[in-house]
Design a protein around this ligand. Structure first.
Ligand code: GA4
Length: 334
């Protein structure tokens, strides 16, 4: 069980951002990675929902539990300890503020580069500030989740009928790939009750956004909170058991598949009853990688929907934008 400390409310009720309630969808694509049909199901889910649940993924529970425990120990520390790697640049420790454009949320988090070849000073500081156990928990987990990420990306390529089945995965396994690990801690929010009884909707833990990278692989300790936006604009909550992953298509994958896969808008609601800890691995290419629709996915009759940008160009622009902004305009041709 999680023991959660409370983020002091004080005059910070500006964090309370009511939003429309969501519906619960029980039928959501779940892919068993060991199923021979997996690649077909993955492609269907990415076209339709931009996301899917993943079971039988082969990542040992112990690696996840270790990282969760180390992360909790980190978050339980007094504020001044955690703030050694604060403010986030975007790497390091952050609390209530997301990005650099005044987005706020009911959470605290840390964000690290996972590729030691291109690691940032703030990521290093955060690793050094913690124990050897913390570092090995982070390292052991990221090695495995990166492999999983590559496996999923290979199945996507196969499912799309692309001959070179490593077109996507090679971007992640490249020496200078820009991958990162984020651990979000959503403390219990006592304001939730108040807002609910006023019937104003819910409180935002992490506001709506799409992920700019290629792919995101999420694991959470708590079933409630995560929601995705369907193509018709309705929000549905995703119930995740502690052993499943949730995979999200990022902006770059939408571009590379020329719009076949949808980079899905998602958000997290704050919770009244229990705190939430989520671990997200973001698979991104190296900064100088050119991203454009794959030629094999643009048939003669079909037009390429997006122009070419390097990940660095897109990332810089994305990090200057507001969380909920539609960043695709940068890739659009007209
Ligand atoms: C969303 C996905 C990842 O968490 C993240 C986020 C980043 C941040 O927290 O600094 C961003 C957000 C994310 C997209 C738009 C910009 C950048 C906050 C923000 C307002 C680490 C990422 O890569 O992009």
């Amino acid at each position: 069980a999680l023991i959660s400390h409370q983020i002091a409310l004080n005059d910070e009720s500006f964090l309370v951002k009511p939003c429309k309630p969501s519906t619960l969808v029980t039928e959501f694509p779940e892919v068993d990675l060991s199923d021979p049909q997996a690649k077909t199901l993955i492609v269907k889910a990415c076209q339709h929902f931009g996301s899917f649940k993943l079971v039988n993924h082969g990542v040992p529970q112990e690696l996840v539990t270790n990282l969760q425990n180390e992360a909790l120990k980190f978050f339980m520390q007094p504020q001044f300890q955690k703030q050694k790697a604060c403010p986030p640049d975007p790497y390091g420790y952050g609390s209530k503020r997301i990005g650099s454009n005044n987005d706020v949320g009911w959470l605290e988090y840390f964000l690290l580069n996972t590729n030691l070849d291109v690691i940032s000073p703030k990521s290093l500081l955060l690793l050094e500030q913690n124990s050897e156990n913390f570092r090995s928990a982070v390292n052991n987990y990221t090695v495995r989740v990166k492999n999983l990420c590559c496996e999923v990306l290979k199945q996507m390529a196969e499912g799309l009928g692309i001959e070179a089945k490593n077109v996507f995965s090679k971007l992640i396994s490249s020496e200078r790939s820009d991958c990162c690990l984020r651990v979000n801690h959503y403390p219990i929010c006592s304001k939730v009750e108040e807002v609910k009884t006023l019937n104003e909707g819910n409180l935002i833990g992490f506001g709506e956004h799409t992920d700019p990278q290629i792919i995101s692989i999420i694991r959470a300790n708590n079933t409630a909170g995560l929601e995705i936006c369907l193509q018709d604009g309705t929000w549905v909550s995703i119930s995740l058991d502690h052993a499943s992953y949730f995979v999200i298509v990022g902006d770059l994958l939408q571009v590379m598949t020329n719009g076949r896969f949808k980079s899905v808008k998602h958000r997290v609601l704050a919770n009244l009853c229990s705190s939430r800890l989520s671990i997200i691995y973001f698979g991104g290419p190296s900064l100088d990688e050119n991203i454009a629709p794959l030629p094999s996915l643009v048939s003669k009759e079909e037009e390429s929907l997006y122009k070419k940008l390097t990940w660095q160009e897109y990332k810089n622009a994305a990090y200057k934008s507001r969380l909920s902004e539609n960043r695709f305009r940068l890739f659009e041709k007209y």
